[in-house]
Design a protein around this ligand. Structure first.
Ligand SMILES: Nc1ncnc2c1ncn2[C@@H]1O[C@H](COP(=O)(O)OP(=O)(O)OP(=O)(O)O)[C@@H](O)[C@H]1O
Length: 357
């Protein structure tokens, strides 16, 4: 067992502020995560100051808090970030304000189905799958929206090749962009691309409400939501407010990825969100010169997990250079022809035939 959150919080409570209280009693520590690594625990947290000026003055305290946690037994690395309470300024809308109390459903009436694409850990290809699935569904004749809810690392503007800022002529309704036949919106289109966003839960909820309710989606057969990795506030809000009709979890065959994928599946099951299935990404690498198959991230784990949990394995997608290049170039692989485009078309067809879309 690694170090517990309680011990870390206890140590942080020993750091006093000029007013005599401490980081914990002043409720300034956010997003504390503790991950095990072979060298010891990797601890990350955010210290949230009331405003930017105070944040700047708190740099010595930030450094001291890193040192204090680093000194604990079993801790390998500590990263503490300082942030100010105010939300970053958005161009024409106050994205990320505190959520207004809402009784209306989160899912807009003009959207028939919402499919959320999640993953346990980052970097497994969740955004790649979301953009390609959205394009494949549009090619199959559906009216499709794509919402990039990955507030910490929005990648859809790049993957869909739309870096234009979203407009809001009246400051209320956000006009989405259209790329490759898909109506899309990303929090990344409203923010400076290079700016790291550190928001607390209620702000995330505000941003999500705006993305769902104020974007002029029009009539959609399906909205594909590219979730942030893990099991955080966005997933919980969507699940608790019954906004999601079906969830897909993407995983690589690696044990560590599968362990996290299981947590994501557990979360959806707990919230009674219907699980459409698992997708194994980066399943195999076929050498383009000799055709040799290498299972770089392991073999068979996702299929076994799907069987164990009684959920369908929707697709097994290989490691494919063209997929990566196409994503980087802003034209998802599913737009063109070939084996990968066929695989995404088959996935879209399956979801349509099973009634998920
Ligand atoms: N099947 C694949 N073959 C080759 N490269 C892939 C494949 N799937 C995804 N990639 C590449 O892997 C990288 C990570 O993919 P992607 O951004 O989709 O992952 P993610 O799970 O959404 O990550 P994050 O949580 O960080 O947003 C990208 O460069 C993408 O192009």
């Amino acid at each position: 067992m690694g170090i517990s959150r309680e011990i870390i919080l206890q140590r942080l409570s020993e750091l006093t502020l000029p007013a005599g209280n401490n980081l914990i009693s002043a409720d300034m520590v956010r997003a504390l995560t503790v991950e095990d690594s072979p060298a010891g625990a990797v601890v990350r947290f955010v210290i949230e100051a009331p405003n930017a000026d105070e944040a700047r003055q708190m740099e010595p305290l930030r450094a001291a808090s890193e040192r204090a946690v680093k000194a604990l037994d079993g801790v390998a690395t500590v990263q503490a970030a300082l942030t100010a309470h105010e939300a970053p300024k958005a161009p024409s809308l106050k994205v990320g304000g505190h959520p207004k109390p809402q009784t209306a459903p989160l899912k807009p009436q003009s959207i028939k189905k919402i499919i959320a694409v999640g993953s346990g850990k980052g970097g497994v290809g969740k955004s790649t799958v979301s953009s390609n699935l959205a394009v494949a569904l549009a090619r199959a004749g559906k009216k499709v929206g794509l919402l990039d809810a990955d507030i910490y690392g929005p990648s859809q503007p790049r993957m869909m090749g739309t870096t234009k800022r979203a407009a809001s002529p009246d400051g209320k309704i956000i006009e989405p962009l259209v790329a490759h036949g898909v109506t899309m919106m990303s929090i990344g289109l409203m923010l400076d691309e290079a700016k790291a966003v550190v928001w607390r839960g209620p702000m995330l909820m505000g941003a999500l409400q705006q993305m769902m309710g104020q974007v002029n989606w029009g009539e959609l057969d399906v909205l594909v939501i590219d979730l942030p990795p893990g099991t955080g506030d966005i997933q919980l809000t969507l699940g608790q407010r019954g906004a999601v009709d079906g969830a897909i979890v993407v995983s690589t065959p690696q044990d560590v990825a599968l362990l996290d994928a299981r947590k994501a599946l557990d979360m959806f099951m707990t919230m009674k969100t219907p699980i459409l299935g698992l997708i194994e990404n980066m399943s195999v690498f076929v050498c383009p010169s000799c055709g040799h198959e290498a299972h770089i991230f392991g073999h068979g784990g996702v299929a076994a997990e799907a069987t164990a949990l009684g959920v369908p394995l929707l697709a097994s997608l290989p490691i494919d250079l063209e997929t990566r290049l196409a994503g980087d170039a802003g034209t998802p692989i599913a737009v063109g022809q070939g084996a990968m485009a066929d695989a995404y078309a088959a996935l879209a067809q399956h979801l349509i035939e099973s009634g998920a879309v």
